[in-house]
Design a protein around this ligand. Structure first.
Ligand SMILES: Nc1ncnc2c1ncn2[C@@H]1O[C@H](COP(=O)(O)OP(=O)(O)OP(=O)(O)O)[C@@H](O)[C@H]1O
Length: 345
C-alpha cells in the first residue's frame, strides 16, 4: 500500500464504496449481471479484483466510472466516490468528480486514445480543462507525467500519433493521461492483457510504483489470482456477479477458504509446475447471466456443496477484520468457533 502505516484509529478513508450494487440489462426480462456487490477501496490501497471471464469484474469497473454500456443499468445499490454518492449528484458535478478523482485504464489502450490526434494535444486538452493552465505550462506538466510513467523521451511521444507507439508505450501514455487530473484512484481493467508478455510485468510494476510513490489507490482487475496476490494489498474474488471472498493478499495462499478461491489458485501454474504437467481445471462452467439462481451460484461446481447451497444464497461473513467469505460449507466448519456474522466489505 502507498500510504504510511496507520494505527487502528487511523484507517484511511474509502475512495470507492459500493453498497449492494445490482446491475441488470434494461429489458422487460432483465439479465442480472451484478447480484448485490459491496466493496471498498481505501485511500492508497492496492486492491485486486479477480474471477473468471464473465464474473462481472469489468461491470464493477464501469459502474464505478459511471460508464455502464448502453442497455445496462444500475437497478439498485449505490456507488460512492470520495464519500459522495454518485446518485445524489447532478450529472455535471458527477462528471467533474469522476474526471478528477477516478482514472480508468482499459485493456486496449488504443480505445482510450484518439487515433487522429497527436498525444501532445490530447494531454494538453485534459490539463487545460481541469486546471485552466497555459499551453506552455500544460506541455510541461504533460512531459512530467510521461517521465513519471517511465517515458524518457516525452518530446518524441508528445509529437507522435498513437499508432506510432508500441502497445506497452500506448498503455503508459494512457496511464499518464489518467494521472493528469491528480486522481485518488486508478481503475485498471486487465491493463496488460493486450500487451506483449515481456512488457506486461513492467506495466504492472509501474502501477505498483505509482501506488507507493504517489499514494494513488489502485483497483486492479485481473484473471490471474496468483499475480494479483503478489502485487496487491487485498484480493477480492468474484463469481457470477457476486463477491465470494475478500482477504489480505498476504493471507491468500495459506488462508483462502472459499472453494472457488482455492480452485482458482490451484488452476494457475507456478514456476515449480513442470511444463508437461496437467493443471487442475475447475469442472463445469459458470451459470449464464440469464439463469435464475436460488442458491449459491458455485454450487453445481463445488466439491463442498451440501443441500442448503442449492436453495439459499450464502451470506457474507467476516472471519476477521480483513477476511470475508460467502459459503455455507465454510460457515458450517466455523460453527464451533465464534465469528462475527455481519455483512462486511
Ligand atoms: N451490454 C450487455 N448486455 C448483456 N449482457 C452483458 C452486457 N455486458 C456484459 N454482459 C454480461 O455480463 C456478464 C459480466 O460481464 P463482464 O464483462 O463484467 O465480466 P468480466 O468478469 O469482466 O469478464 P472478462 O474477464 O471476460 O472481461 C457477462 O456474462 C456478460 O456477457
Amino acid at each position: 500500500m502507498g500510504t504510511a502505516p496507520t494505527t487502528r484509529d487511523e484507517v484511511p478513508a474509502d475512495v470507492i464504496g459500493l453498497s449492494d450494487l445490482v446491475v441488470t440489462t434494461e429489458s422487460s426480462d432483465p439479465v442480472v449481471i451484478l447480484r448485490g456487490v459491496s466493496l471498498t477501496v481505501r485511500a492508497g490501497e492496492l486492491v485486486g479484483l479477480v474471477g473468471e471471464s464473465g464474473s462481472g469484474k469489468s461491470t464493477v469497473a464501469l459502474a464505478i466510472a459511471d460508464l455502464l454500456p448502453e442497455g445496462v443499468v444500475r437497478a439498485s445499490g449505490s456507488v460512492r466516490v470520495n464519500g459522495e454518492a454518485l446518485d445524489a449528484l447532478p450529472a455535471k458535478r458527477r462528471g467533474a468528480l469522476l474526471g478528477r478523482k477516478v482514472a480508468l485504464v482499459l485493456q486496449d489502450p488504443s480505445a482510450s486514445l484518439n487515433p487522429v490526434r497527436r498525444i501532445g494535444p490530447q494531454m494538453i486538452e485534459v490539463l487545460r480543462f481541469h486546471f485552466g493552465v497555459s499551453r506552455a505550462e500544460a506541455l510541461r506538466l504533460a512531459a512530467d507525467r510521461l517521465r513519471e510513467v517511465g517515458i524518457d523521451d516525452p518530446g518524441r511521444v508528445l509529437a507522435s500519433y498513437p499508432d506510432m507507439l508500441s502497445g506497452g508505450m500506448k498503455q503508459r501514455v494512457v496511464i499518464a493521461m489518467g494521472l493528469l487530473a491528480g486522481p485518488e484512484v486508478v481503475i485498471a481493467d486487465e491493463p496488460t492483457t493486450a500487451l506483449d508478455v515481456r512488457v506486461q510485468a513492467s506495466v504492472l510494476d509501474l502501477l505498483v510504483r505509482l501506488n507507493s510513490e504517489k499514494d494513488v489507490a489502485i483497483l486492479l482487475v485481473s484473471h490471474n489470482i496468483v499475480a494479483v496476490g503478489e502485487y496487491c494489498d487485498r484480493v477480492i474474488v468474484m463469481y457470477a456477479g457476486t463477491i465470494v471472498e475478500s482477504l489480505a493478499a498476504a493471507d491468500l495462499m495459506a488462508s483462502a477458504r472459499h472453494p472457488y478461491t482455492r480452485a482458482l489458485i490451484g488452476s494457475v501454474p507456478s514456476l515449480e509446475t513442470p511444463t508437461q504437467a496437467e493443471l487442475p481445471t475447475i469442472p463445469g462452467s459458470p451459470p449464464d447471466p440469464g439463469d435464475v439462481l436460488a442458491g449459491c451460484p458455485f454450487e453445481p461446481r463445488c466439491p463442498l456443496a451440501r443441500a442448503r447451497c442449492a436453495t439459499e444464497l450464502p451470506r457474507r461473513i467476516a472471519l476477521d477484520e480483513s477476511h470475508t467469505v460467502a459459503c455455507w460449507a465454510v460457515e458450517e466448519e466455523l460453527a464451533q468457533h465464534p465469528v462475527r456474522l455481519e455483512p462486511s466489505c
